[in-house]
Ligand binder design. Sequence first.
Ligand code: NAD
Length: 274
Amino acid sequence: SKVPPIILNNGVEMPQLGFGVWQVPDDEAERAVATALEAGYRSIDTAAAYGNEEGTGKGLASSGIAREDLFVTTKLQNGDQGYDSTLRAFDASLGKLGLDYVDLYLIHWPMPARGTYIDTYKAFEKLQADGLVKSIGVSNFLPEHLDKLIDATSVIPAVNQIELHPHLQQAAAREYHAEQGIATEAWSPLGQGRGLLEVPAIVAIAQKHGRTPAQVVLRWHLQLGNVVIPKSVTPSRIKENIDVFGFALDTEDIAAISALNENRRLGSAPSEVN
Ligand code: NAD
């Protein structure tokens, strides 16, 4: 594969760039995933809540790519938190995906007011011990949630997948993750394509390198060390978003993008989803 891996805290390799399928309808997911795999992506990010695990699984199967060359992430949906319900929900996800293991399983949101994420994560530890999940992690966890989780369980999460893009750079979370050995995975890495890709500083850097704004934003993430999972259903954009390994931003470019932080979320705040 043309995407270099990062090494997770359990020694497992994860491609630093993957393909996200949020908001891709189930009956379009097969084609989108197939297009991405043809373009060279090997990591796919879905979730039970996206309702497209079946279509995603069909795209994986029809590709003919060997299972060990794929990296499949799915997420436990909020309503299924709890020890027994997690085991049942995982089984359903695995069936829909048509797989016999997943590479990475994430708790989609912490839902701190419900107080169920520790029991949920203990079920994740069992799934990992049983070989059904290679790596376990979380999504949308704040450092305070991770502190509690790490105190009460034995496996440090491999990944925390959080909203992260030039308008929401998450410096404190990234630093905390680095101290704990947790990989930072950026969701909505392109800021959902809304506005961010027209920001003059980004357009100027793109022109300087003869690249597109999306490619510049993805390079910024990669050079910071983030895992990225851009989404598109447009074949030309799917290809464009993985064609980011033949150029590099210089320190001036990185500084100009780092100056764009506004601490502005597009999605929900982690503690507000319950
Ligand atoms: P994104 O930042 O990847 O933006 C996707 C949108 O940007 C596309 O729909 C399109 O409109 C535009 N776009 C994509 N490529 C482009 C290009 N080359 N040029 C111009 N415009 C382009 O947004 P996203 O889908 O929200 O996030 C990516 C993935 O992250 C999701 O698909 C999902 O897998 C994951 N995610 C996870 C969570 C979570 O709670 N864990 C939440 C949101 C998203």
